[in-house]
Ligand binder design. Structure first.
Ligand code: NZQ
Ligand code: ZN
Length: 390
């Protein structure tokens, strides 16, 4: 195990009715809020009205940024920054999924910066300061509710880039699984895959002797495999939604990657796809992941891929390569069982852009750590995933 530092500063309020703590949480930081949300799901579910009632009951004033899109745009961030500056906001509150939360994070950072918020992504500026951020989560997927990261798209440059800073970690997150009852089946499946992918990116590592991280990761993968299909079949199954929501937070809050060299190649490749085609992040991951696994399988990586097959899928096979292949097939079949697309072609990607995506993905150097990927490797994975014959 390698040395590491971790810090989990987000106060989690988990369970039914925990929204009742929202006013108290906000008032720790002030009484002027920027409320950030998406395209209307929180209005349809009644959560928006609940939040506004809490504001009134606690004498909290607010301004709003609505219409944050999935794959949130820098244009929304810019609008939010303007609102924060104009109204001297004390806290940015995201109510929604990862897109609203990521947007809120960069707004909070932009509020204390004189330049353009896109500078945080081009590395022209570093995030050293942000307004306090709070979240009310409605979708189990990204882990943004408990981590330091944000991913933002830029329509002008056709880029989707990530950044991070400890000051972006939400001060509090309200996790009421009932708010995710209304998440539609495909979004539930995509969220489940996103959680699993975060686990894979940290589990598939060559760092030796990380027993504790690896067993935690396997338990989380089994949780997704068990509860993902239940949440799809019974959207209001509280225990399924609760287990997925908590796994989503734990999968990307620093716990699993501590003490390990982590990979992230599949995420880097997927971000190129959703930058160009605006596809659902988890859907892109569902298509890519089995092909990434298949491509990186070699003598060096086989023991870990076989361990995954044995411990997560209970495959009884002594030969590492054969066991690994069986685990990869199980993974692809599981994603298919949740009715997710199996090829890039199916989700609208055009063959002529594969090379461009591979080039952009590797423009800063090779990807991954479990097995390093250069331009041609990425192109090979994209081409295999394009046809989707697994
Ligand atoms: O916009 P609304 O109307 O709210 O609808 C959303 C949206 O259409 C809907 N939704 C959310 N909660 C719902 C609901 N519909 C019904 N009932 C509910 N309770 O779901 C759609 C997708 O929402 P979004 O926030 O985009 O989904 P997700 O949480 O998967 O976030 C995806 C974004 O996060 C980034 C992704 O790249 C993508 O841009 N990521 C962020 C990470 C991070 N900050 O750590 C890591 C991830 O790897 C990922 O890259
Ligand atoms: Zn992800």
């Amino acid at each position: 195990m390698l040395d590491f530092n971790v810090h989990f500063p987000t106060r989690i309020r988990f369970g039914r009715g925990k929204i009742e703590d929202l006013g108290k949480e906000i008032l720790c930081y002030g009484n002027k809020v920027l409320l950030v949300y998406g395209g209307g799901s929180i209005k349809r579910s009644g959560l928006y009205d609940q939040v506004l009632q809490i504001f009134r009951d606690n004498n909290i004033t607010h301004v709003e940024l609505s219409g944050v899109q999935p794959n949130p745009r820098i244009s929304s961030v810019r609008q939010g920054v303007e609102l924060c500056k104009k109204h001297e906001v004390h806290l940015v509150l995201a109510v929604g999924g990862g897109s609203s939360i990521d947007c809120a994070k960069i707004i909070a950072a932009g509020a204390g910066y004189d330049g353009d918020a896109w500078d945080f992504f081009t590395r022209k500026a570093k995030i050293n300061y942000a307004l306090p951020i709070g979240t009310v989560l409605t979708l189990a997927a990204t882990g943004s509710e408990m981590n330091a990261n944000a991913v933002i798209s830029n329509d002008d440059t056709k880029e989707k880039l990530g950044t991070g800073s400890p000051v972006l970690i939400p001060r509090f997150s309200i996790l009421d699984p009932e708010y995710s009852f209304t998440v539609p089946p495909e979004q539930t499946a995509s969220g489940t895959v996103d959680i699993m992918s975060h686990i894979f990116e940290q589990y598939f590592s060559l760092t030796p002797e990380t027993f504790i991280q690896d067993r935690l990761a396997e338990a989380m993968l089994k949780t997704c495999i068990h509860y993902g299909p239940i949440a799809i079949a019974q959207p209001d199954n509280y225990e399924a939604r609760a287990n997925l929501m908590w796994t989503g937070s734990l999968a990307l809050n620093g716990l699993l990657g501590a003490g390990k060299r982590t990979d992230w190649a599949t995420h880097d490749i997927e971000h190129e796809i959703s930058a160009l085609y605006d596809v659902t992040h988890g859907l892109g991951l569902a298509v890519l992941t089995p092909y990434w696994m298949q491509y990186v399988l070699d003598e060096q990586t086989a023991p870990r891929l076989a361990e995954y097959a044995r411990n997560v899928w209970e495959i009884e096979e002594k030969d590492n390569i054969i066991a690994a292949r069986a685990g990869i097939k199980k993974t692809a079949d599981f994603f298919k069982s949740m009715n997710l697309a199996r090829s890039l072609k199916e989700i609208g990607v055009e063959a002529e852009y594969l090379a461009e995506m591979a080039k952009k993905a590797t423009s800063q150097g090779s990807l991954g750590a479990f097995r390093k990927l250069e331009y041609q490797d990425v192109l090979n994975i994209l081409q295999a995933a394009y046809g989707g014959d697994m």
